[in-house]
Write a protein that binds this ligand. Structure first.
Ligand code: MN
Length: 129
């Protein structure tokens, strides 16, 4: 089992192919994965399941994933939950926006399967350190 060690990851991604790939990679690192495909479902699942980690697509069918992040940061239950943005943009401004909204880091899409695990570990360690 990887560093996920049976912890729960909430994966928020509306694109089925991206979601399937991210799920497999999270499971490979030892996470148990719950999925959400909309902003509304993301909030519901985050507050119901209290995941140990949230991967958040920024572009969701019913809104901006960063607005979801802001709301999660305002709530006591999810104020300190690690949140990693999944962003299709490599633009510096968008990355700054993700961090500004309360994300701990970001992973760019398309997801690089070779570096995903190490990149995620790096974000989580930087946060704990
Ligand atoms: Mn999307």
């Amino acid at each position: 089992m990887g560093y996920g060690n049976g912890q729960m990851a909430l994966l928020v991604e509306d694109n089925a192919i991206n979601a399937e790939l991210a799920r497999v990679l999270l499971e490979r690192e030892g996470f148990v994965v719950k999925e959400a495909t909309t902003a509304a479902e993301a909030l519901r699942h985050a507050w119901q399941f209290r995941p140990d980690l949230i991967l958040m697509d920024i572009q969701l069918p019913d809104g901006d994933g960063l607005n979801v992040v802001r709301r999660l940061r305002e709530a006591e239950e999810t104020r300190r939950t690690p949140i990693v943005a999944l962003t299709a943009y490599a633009m510096t401004g968008d990355l700054d926006r993700a961090i500004g909204a309360g994300c701990d880091g970001y992973i760019s899409k398309p997801i690089d399967t070779r570096t995903f695990g190490a990149r995620l570990a790096e974000i989580l360690e930087a946060r704990d350190g």
